[in-house]
Design a protein around this ligand. Structure first.
Ligand SMILES: *[C@@H]1O[C@H](CO)[C@@H](O)[C@H](O)[C@H]1NC(C)=O
Ligand SMILES: *[C@@H]1O[C@H](CO)[C@@H](O)[C@H](O)[C@H]1NC(C)=O
Ligand SMILES: *[C@@H]1O[C@H](CO)[C@@H](O)[C@H](O)[C@H]1NC(C)=O
Ligand SMILES: *[C@@H]1O[C@H](CO)[C@@H](O)[C@H](O)[C@H]1NC(C)=O
Ligand SMILES: [Zn+2]
Length: 385
């Protein structure tokens, strides 16, 4: 009661109770621990430490332990240059380093369902693959990633895959026209629905995003993108597409280039993106996807993981209610993940089977590996007899 009165009469309340705005933010964020849609720590672990976790003191490398009650979606990202080379191995190594970090460290916890995400005073880790090139056009690889704990995948990074299109023109792989999502691409979307893996459209072209929005039975996310109306970067989402999100989520990216389209930005400009998206589609579709560790320039006062409260404070000052802030901090994401898992259960009831087709490479006939495996199987069967 006292609290709800404080919401409407806040400035007066603060005066009489000594309950400062910072206290209010801290209290809110401890009741609704943040879920951040995108963090590239794993990339930094490879770059700077070659994945040697034992050489790292997590309290020293970053302020990651300063406010440790939250869920981060850690991205498993390998460079586009690995496409059709060693992308699968590199992805497995990144999954390995995150799983070790999240299970060997008392301040982390690996989560794979919404049921595990109420842990207190820990950083909950959820694994996400950033870029469809990581599955090397193979549904079995996608399924095994799920088994290893991966719960979301961005369909592309900055390169096209043989089956989906990136928003970036940086690489010349698989240029195509009027075919943003191929037949195999559609199979990937359906398989992710069936598995209960969240589809992330943050790096895809608008054509691919639109095709997926039409096809997916489960809500999708843009895990780290902002508003195109305010900054016309191809990584951001235009208003007409926001309107097609249909209870999916856009998790606002803090990277200055996607906030102001310049190297500099400030918290007020970030809050403008939140206000704008709320005006277009309402608060139910908004989340936070900082892109910390993945980008280089962040707005003044919002440049590392200890600064989230400054944004929440700015939104409070713009008259966002505590209920709305609880939604963008975590409840929207939990709702989307729940719906993704609901589609999975429905499909299970529907006896939707694993598609047999091993991969897109089927189109090229059986591979040497395939023939070798068949031969080995045959031999071992014979030796059993
Ligand atoms: C792609 O589709 C657009 C709109 O339907 C059409 O105008 C264009 O000619 C098509 N391009 C190709 C290469 O088929
Ligand atoms: C944020 O940046 C914008 C654009 O440079 C500027 O107009 C605005 O005054 C800044 N706001 C604050 C609070 O510094
Ligand atoms: C917030 O609400 C108060 C009281 O209704 C109003 O005076 C103020 O202008 C509002 N601020 C913004 C940023 O909308
Ligand atoms: C269940 O199967 C029916 C009939 O094949 C299909 O129309 C429906 O879309 C399926 N539901 C899901 C969730 O896949
Ligand atoms: Zn990214």
């Amino acid at each position: 009661m006292f609290q709800s009165q404080c919401i409407t009469l806040f400035s007066l309340c603060a005066l009489i109770s000594g309950y400062s705005e910072e206290d209010r933010v801290r209290d809110l964020m401890s009741r609704y621990p943040l879920i951040d849609g995108h963090n590239d720590l794993a990339l930094q672990l490879r770059k700077h430490y070659n994945n040697h976790l034992n050489h790292i003191n997590f309290y020293d490398i970053k302020e990651i332990a300063t406010d440790i009650s939250r869920l981060q979606m850690f991205s498993v990202y390998v460079l586009c240059g690995a496409q059709e080379k060693d992308a699968v191995r590199l992805t497995l190594e990144q999954i390995d380093v995150l799983k070790r970090m999240c299970t060997q460290n008392k301040d982390f916890e690996l989560v794979t369902s919404t049921q595990d995400s109420h842990l207190k005073h820990k950083i909950a880790c959820m694994l996400s693959v950033e870029g469809g090139h990581s599955i090397d056009s193979s549904l079995p690889v996608l399924r095994m990633f799920y088994q290893l704990g991966v719960r979301s995948m961005a369909l592309t990074h900055t390169c096209n895959t043989p089956w989906a299109e990136s928003s970036s023109k940086r690489y010349s792989f698989y240029q195509r026209q009027n075919n943003s999502l191929t037949t195999f691409g559609r199979a990937v979307v359906e398989e992710m629905n069936r598995l209960g893996m969240i589809i992330d459209l943050s790096h895809t072209s608008w054509g691919t995003a639109q095709a997926v929005l039409k096809l997916s039975k489960a809500p999708v996310i843009f895990s780290h993108s902002s508003s195109y109306s305010l900054c016309n970067s191809d990584r951001n989402v235009p208003d007409w597409m926001l309107k097609e999100l249909n209870r999916g989520l856009i998790m606002v990216n803090f990277h200055s280039n996607f906030i102001s389209c310049k190297r500099e930005a400030n918290i007020s400009l970030v809050a403008d993106h939140f206000d704008h998206i709320k005006n277009i589609i309402g608060v139910d579709s908004i989340g936070i996807g900082s892109d910390f560790e993945g980008a280089i320039s962040f707005p003044k006062g919002l440049d590392d993981v200890s600064k989230y409260p400054a944004l929440i404070k700015e939104l409070l000052q713009r008259n966002w209610t505590e209920q709305e802030l609880a939604d963008i901090l975590r409840r929207n994401f939990v709702r989307v993940f729940d719906e993704v898992e609901k589609v999975k259960r429905k499909k299970k009831k529907n006896f939707t089977k694993h598609p047999d087709s091993p991969s897109a490479s089927d189109q090229h006939g059986p591979s040497a590996l395939h023939i070798l495996l068949t031969a080995v199987l045959l031999l071992s069967t014979l030796s059993l007899l």
